[in-house]
Ligand binder design. Structure first.
Ligand SMILES: CC/C=C\C/C=C\C/C=C\C/C=C/C(=O)SCCNC(=O)CCNC(=O)[C@H](O)C(C)(C)COP(=O)(O)OP(=O)(O)OC[C@H]1O[C@@H](n2cnc3c(N)ncnc32)[C@H](O)[C@@H]1OP(=O)(O)O
Length: 275
């Protein structure tokens, strides 16, 4: 449904390409060069290994397609993305855990450094890894007022990796990020707008898509080369640590996830979700 709406908006019934994998739908408006990537993994778009691999591979495909901009959104009612699949954390197989971690690192780098501008249309709740996906885009439009967004990892008794934290610092600044991260705070749409976690708040998804397209239209007269160089210079300090420390980051995640205390917290959190 959302896909049909976007195609309507961009006026491209004639010239669009559509690819549907099971959990991800992508369309490209050939006239405007705008792609939409719609997450559709019920019930909550949780990020497991297979879903992350699909997202990563679709981003590579868009790079090859030489698109001019991308909108990332969700086809689910009320949920943008619930973050990493918590069941992957519970009594994990260390080999699979390592693979997820590596795939997530690479997916984040690919999304954070796209050669084209990106907009997150946040049409539902967006905790933890969902918030990270949104923060990695160039612009965020969030539907309000009832949804929430934030890095809530401490509430699960886990630590957001340094690159999650650095990404948040890049968006809202050191002080606000520190309070937000340590308290694991989830912000309502209006609060998120107030602290700069999102750029615009709109009442419905139609408006959100319009705002996203308007943002991407700003780049019609900008050289793609000038855009990409500027973005790389701005974002390089945020990504460099991960590029230089992938193994260290992986070791930290795996070691901490396997610890009995963390496993206990995750078990309790999962139980509370089920209730
Ligand atoms: C393994 C990874 C290894 C390495 C990665 C590298 C580094 C990362 C390391 C740490 C950082 C962690 C990042 C994260 O993203 S942790 C995930 C944090 N997410 C959450 O806390 C979200 C929890 N969910 C919710 O708050 C609500 O479900 C939500 C607001 C999203 C939706 O609420 P609603 O009332 O609409 O639905 P529910 O009834 O609560 O949920 C439906 C159904 O879905 C299950 N569920 C929800 N969230 C998740 C999730 N993140 N993973 C798996 N399953 C989830 C929920 O239990 C319900 O299931 P069921 O009862 O069986 O129907």
């Amino acid at each position: 449904m959302l896909r049909r709406y976007i195609l309507n908006k961009t006026n491209t019934f004639i010239n669009y390409r559509y690819a549907s994998q099971s959990m991800l739908q992508s369309t490209i408006d050939d006239k405007l060069g705008i792609a939409t990537l719609v997450m559709n993994k019920p019930p909550v778009n949780s990020l497991n290994l297979e879903f992350l691999e699909e997202i990563k591979s679709q981003l590579t495909q868009f790079k090859n397609d030489k698109i001019r901009g991308m909108i990332l959104t969700s086809d689910l009612q009320k949920i943008f993305c619930a973050g990493l699949d918590i069941t992957e954390f519970s009594n994990p197989n260390p080999e699979r855990l390592s693979k997820i971690c590596t795939t997530f690192q690479d997916t984040w780098l690919a999304l954070y450094l796209t050669q084209f501008p990106t907009v997150a249309v946040i049409n539902g709740h967006s905790p933890a890894g969902g918030c990270l996906l949104a923060m990695s885009c160039d612009y965020r439009v969030m539907v309000g007022p009832n949804y929430t967004i934030g890095l809530n990892e401490t509430k699960l008794g886990i630590v957001a990796p340094k690159w999650f934290q650095d990404c948040m610092v890049a968006v809202i600044g050191q002080r606000k990020a520190e309070v937000s991260l340590t308290t694991g705070k989830m912000y309502t749409t209006d609060q998120a707008l107030q602290i700069g976690l999102v750029d615009e708040s709109v009442p419905d998804v139609d408006n959100a898509i319009n705002k996203g397209i308007q943002f991407l239209n700003n780049f019609q007269k900008i050289s793609p080369w000038a855009y990409k160089m500027t973005k790389d210079i701005r974002r390089q300090p945020t990504v460099q640590w991960l590029i230089d420390n992938k193994q260290k980051d992986l070791d930290f995640v795996v070691k901490s996830m396997m610890s009995p205390n963390v496993q206990k917290s995750i078990g309790l959190y999962l139980q509370s979700l089920k209730k």
